[in-house]
Design a protein around this ligand. Sequence first.
Ligand code: FAD
Ligand code: AMP
Length: 480
Amino acid sequence: MTDNGMAEKFDVIVIGGGPGGYVAAIRAAQLGLSTACIDMTTGKDGKAALGGTCLNVGCIPSKALLDSSKHYYQLQHEYAAHGISVADASMDIATMLARKDNVVSKLTGGVAQLFKANKVKQLHGRGRLLADRRVAFTPHAGEDSLLLEADNIILAAGSVPIAIANVEYDDEYIIDNAGALDLTEVPRRLGVIGAGVIGLELGSVWQRLGSEVTLLEALPTFLPAADQDISKQAGRLFKRQGLDIRLGTLVKSASVADAEVRVTLQDKEGESEISFNRLLVAVGRKPYTEGLLAEDSGVALNERGQIDVNEKSQTTATGVWAIGDCVRGPMLAHKASEEGIAVAELVAGKAAHIHFDTVPWVIYTDPEIAWVGKTEQQLKEQGVDYRSGSFPFAATGRGLAMGNAAGLVKILAATDTDEILGVHIVGPAASELIAECVVTMEFHGAAEDLARIVHAHPTLSEAIHEAALHVDKRAIHRGN
Ligand code: FAD
Ligand code: AMP
């Protein structure tokens, strides 16, 4: 309440300061709307840490550790071929973690600076949506709840790790993503439940640093959402690196005894036990709506526990919007941010639209995996006529010169119009290479367009150029 007992009023209140919420708040403020953003995350220094899962325990810290561990792995396994040898190389885990924490705090602090520069009011604590676009804000600083109100409210509460039955997190031996980003020693044997994006990325970090990593995956297919040519090739490469990926393996329970985690699993041989020094549970994430909605808020959830929204991100309550991991669609930071921008623009009376069909997916393993659009299996299921072209990085001069030439680019294009329907990459810098393909698809470009665009030589992007030529069976540097 304000001093005169009235609720403090804003044009927009955002609940959640992750890549969905903070971006929505900045865009709303840029558009001249008075904006507040409530976020409850506290950083390791005890202060507010904006950026949500992504900056604090997701995208950014995982990439920091992937980079550190990659340097160490390359030093041990790859630099010798370049003539570089270092005697007695060692890894100081504390330094690696401190560097990662420093990257995180630079970025979370950067968001706070952006809030100041754009005059977004930052509120550190919990927000709860009440009826009639009012919000109860409970500050972490121990003060009483304040009543706020706004013409528009954007819910961006994000997601939390899923727990599975009979596997209880104890945050020491049985850990989630946050725990796996802060292990102070390299576990001798690390078990990972779930060979999805998070399991593969964090499993790779510790495997490169010396852990024996075993991924237990219930599904019979590796990375079923990716194009199967890509996931098969990636699976082979990961196996060669030493990741033990066991498909068709369902974890039934886990318990901690004598400083070990004993896992009971079920595979085609029947039930068996396996022990690890640490167990990372990476079986997916669920929308976080605990304490977010008062009973009379008017906001409905769907059967998957997501906040129900229409194609414009409007919830079932007038003037209340929802974005990011707490609604339908892929749980990706860039998807959350684009929804944030679109909603702010809709609130300001502008037109906005997101093309979910061209949201890129990236897995930051080595090699990286990235794709946009449809997979070959989806096109087959949908009975779409397509042509396919591919090109291996091993046939690019740059890939060979770098000593990093595993993988391929695969392009799928409509037979009748040649419009690109999907691009799938496993290989070096796939996360960066995919951008060109997203742009082409956004402009409804054809394989012929990519084939006629001049690509610099020698670059990895020549693999995209050649794959596009190969759609028409006229690649230069491979057989057609
Ligand atoms: P979040 O980032 O989860 O932010 C929500 C925020 O709202 C949190 O700070 C939360 O504390 C706060 N909040 C919730 N409820 C309330 C409340 N009632 N009051 C106040 N505050 C509240 N995605 C990618 O695109 N690329 C990647 O490389 C990538 N890597 C990942 C790696 C890991 C290990 C993990 C776990 C995730 C990764 N993701 C990645 C996914 C990405 O982090 C999420 O998709 C993204 O953070 C979703 O953004 P969001 O704003 O919807 O929610
Ligand atoms: P993602 O959704 O990409 O984070 O991946 C999570 C993975 O965990 C999925 O591939 C699931 O099949 C897998 N998974 C979920 N539950 C179990 C379980 N009990 N045992 C093994 N794998 C599981």
